[in-house]
Ligand binder design. Structure first.
Ligand SMILES: [Zn+2]
Length: 300
């Protein structure tokens, strides 16, 4: 085993190089990655000496997946089992869960004998267990959607939900996963907002859009989550809740602190699990304070 391959991203990159080599020799579709077959092949390919079995079962809706050692207590001589919930309708979510469990196997199997991945959301954000969950998610994201390929798919196109949906299809991923991946590397100021019944559930921003997503995630003084702005398209057009290319409006509709003439493009679609609405906001670069002052003076 390569001793320099320690973290989730180096592991994902290494596996992608192996998959590249395989397809260069044997042909076939490079994407989406056949995760289950990959998992079964890994112990032989990497000569870990610790086989893995994969089993899907119809289980409680909350259950996503788990990895555990059938030879509990025998570090280095494990026989590992990955179980996942076949009742989950989204094949993208199952694919991500399987890749997540493979991430635990590669990165963490020497630490624990069992990974129950359904309680992750309830863990404190800086707890050691949560860190492992985040690493397994990072591994899955980099394995299933390699950044160089993703960037090549986007090219210089104006981003919209059709383009990101095309990437989701290519990688066999959910649209949410594909958007989160894009947010990781884009230089654009962009924010994903998940809402239900007009109330923000959670939001995630690109590097330059972090402050905007933090404003949406911040709860109200009464502890409740924020409602969507009254005049945003997502709220006004509830009967046709799909706008994949987006409509332009004043950024202040969403973010009152933005300059008056700052535009914003709002795209939206009902999300993969049909319960939430997904809104993607893209804004031009932030105006520096001195630029904003000049801009306001210019309008007076
Ligand atoms: Zn996990």
């Amino acid at each position: 085993m390569n001793s320099t391959t320690t973290g989730p991203i180096p592991w994902a990159n290494r596996l992608n190089r192996l998959i590249d080599q395989f397809h260069q020799v044997h042909g076939g579709d490079r994407f989406p990655i056949k995760v289950e077959q990959l998992i079964l092949d890994i112990p032989d390919t990497l000569k870990t000496g610790e086989p893995i079995t994969v089993k899907g079962d119809v289980m409680d809706p909350e259950f996503e997946g788990a990895l555990f050692n059938l030879n509990a207590g025998q570090v280095g001589q494990g026989h590992w089992a990955i179980i996942y919930n076949k009742a989950i309708i989204s094949s993208g979510r199952i694919r991500f869960t399987l890749a997540h469990e493979l991430g635990h196997y590669l990165c963490h199997r020497h630490l624990y004998g069992e990974f129950n991945c359904n309680e992750a959301d309830t863990l404190h954000w800086d707890s050691p267990e949560r860190q492992l969950e985040n690493q397994a998610n990072q591994f899955a994201s980099y394995l299933l959607m390699p950044r160089p390929d993703f960037e090549a798919q986007i090219g210089s196109a104006t981003i919209d939900l059709d383009i990101l949906g095309g990437c989701a299809d290519r990688y066999g991923a959910s649209l949410t996963s594909a958007i989160l991946k894009w947010l990781e590397f884009t230089t654009k100021r962009a924010v994903l907002v998940m809402s239900r019944n007009g109330v923000v559930q959670w939001s995630c921003g690109s590097n330059t859009g972090k402050w905007l997503s933090m404003a949406l995630n911040k709860k109200l003084p009464n502890g409740r989550r924020r409602e969507l702005p009254a005049c945003c398209s997502t709220r006004l057009n509830t009967d046709s809740n799909v706008d994949r290319e987006g409509r332009q409006m004043a950024a202040r509709v969403w973010f009152p602190n933005e300059p008056e003439d700052m535009p914003l493009r709002e795209m939206r679609v009902v999300s993969d699990n049909y319960r939430q609405t997904m809104t993607l906001l893209v804004l031009p670069p932030e105006l520096k304070p001195w630029e904003a002052a000049n801009s306001q003076q210019g309008r007076r």
